[in-house]
Design a protein around this ligand. Structure first.
Ligand code: NAD
Ligand code: WQD
Length: 346
């Protein structure tokens, strides 16, 4: 198949790209490198020993996007491109609405112009807001609590309306829980700019000595040990869910929202212990106040992914921590200083 990846140079995009190439698909990556580097794509070339198209561009540039798509003629689009920092979205909401929501409308128009009617969209469990039950299924009400989450909710609805208006359209909205981990080779992984907002990259950097201590946000949640509970899903499992979603979109019409999570909860302290096992190093931490906006627990009911996509998570917490550590220790500064020319030869 011919697959068009917006945001394909990012963390989840680069891992999905690797899996797509490994399965023999032809890919075009369209990314403005706002939060990623060409070096990641160079690494994917070496890893997969395959070439693919790369276009530097912004999804808000409609004419450019439509031109690239008409030339590539994709069977399906996977739409990763977007801004994703919750705190930043509260400070700069219009940036988020413009980039994520306007960018997605522009993308759908370009797809119409190029005659492509299949899309897999990167949504997020954050669309559910405050959980009303222990395990969240897709029928849980949508009540995101920050502008970032609202962009995901609005885009889901826009894509749903687009699919409703086009009888030949097929859309899969993948609601990721907490992606973590890296490719087993340690050649690609998560490379956050500045101080990581998310738990797994922060803990990795503490283990590596780049940061002194972890702050655990809240020790008084109603969970097993008082720390927040999340559903961590290995990024390679997540990548495989996209491939299953494309297969689904090829065979079915309409719009489906599907959770992508392991279906089991891990507390922050359990994650810290798992990292200690994986690294053989102590992770010093302090338990501090809760982080505003955090929910106590967020765990997927992944039954729909199993039923519709035939997908379940294969990797567990220890695999996540081992692979994250492998990436971190082989690339202490992420892709910083990696020369795409020298490093990217197949
Ligand atoms: P990422 O920042 O690593 O990747 C996003 C990519 O999109 C980057 O390469 C960035 O340069 C590109 N991009 C951003 N705006 C663009 C624009 N206007 N035009 C073209 N390219 C643009 O993030 P990620 O973790 O790989 O996330 C991918 C998607 O999954 C995002 O939409 C994110 O909201 C969603 N998501 C991520 C998580 C997570 O925890 N990582 C969880 C749920 C959902
Ligand atoms: C996990 C747990 C923190 C950092 C966010 C977004 C969500 C989705 C995934 C994109 C919580 C605790 C964290 C730290 C800590 N992204 N923590 N110390 O908040 O579940 O989800 O990323 O869609 O939309 O909201 O993930 O990794 O930030 O936090 O104690 O330094 O780790 O309080 O309990 P979260 P996270």
């Amino acid at each position: 198949m011919r697959v068009f990846l917006t945001g394909g140079a990012g963390y989840i995009g680069s891992h999905t790209l690797t899996e797509l190439l490994g399965d023999g698909h032809d890919v075009c990556v369209y990314d403005n490198f706002a939060n990623s580097r060409p070096a990641a794509l160079a690494r994917v070339r070496t890893l997969s020993n395959r070439d693919f198209e790369v276009v530097e561009g912004d999804i808000r540039q409609g004419d450019r996007l439509a031109g690239v798509m008409r030339a590539f003629q994709p069977d399906a689009v996977i739409h990763f491109a977007g801004l994703k920092a919750v705190g930043e979205s509260a400070a700069f909401p219009l940036e988020y609405y413009e980039n994520n929501v306007q960018g997605s409308i522009t993308l759908l128009r370009a797809m119409d112009a190029a005659g492509c009617r299949r899309i897999v969209f990167s949504s997020s469990a954050t669309v559910y807001g405050e959980p009303r039950q222990a395990r969240l299924d897709e029928s849980h009400p949508l009540a995101p609590t920050n502008p970032y989450g609202r962009t995901k909710r609005f885009i889901e609805e826009i894509i749903g309306d687009w699919a409703g208006a086009n009888a030949d359209a097929s859309a899969v909205l993948l609601r990721y829980f907490n992606p973590a981990g890296a490719h087993e080779t340690g050649r690609i992984g998560e490379d956050p700019r500045g101080t990581p907002n998310n738990l797994a990259p922060f803990v990795s950097q503490v283990a590596a000595g780049r940061r002194d201590r972890l702050k655990i946000f809240g020790g008084d949640y109603p969970t097993r040990d008082g720390t927040g509970e999340r559903d961590f899903v290995h990024v390679i499992d997540l990548a495989r869910a996209h491939i299953a979603a494309i297969d689904y979109a090829m065979a079915n019409r309409g719009c489906e929202a599907i959770n992508v999570g392991a279906g089991s909860g891990v507390t922050v302290l359990e994650m810290v212990r798992a990292f200690e096992r994986a690294t053989g190093r102590a992770i010093p931490y302090d338990i501090v106040d809760r982080r505003p906006g955090d929910v106590p627990a967020s765990v997927a009911d992944p039954a729909r992914a199993q039923a519709l996509l035939g997908w379940t998570a294969r990797f567990g917490l220890d695999d996540i921590c081992r692979s994250a550590w492998n990436w971190q220790s082989l690339n202490p500064d992420g892709y910083e200083g990696v020369d795409p020319e020298a490093d990217g030869k197949p």
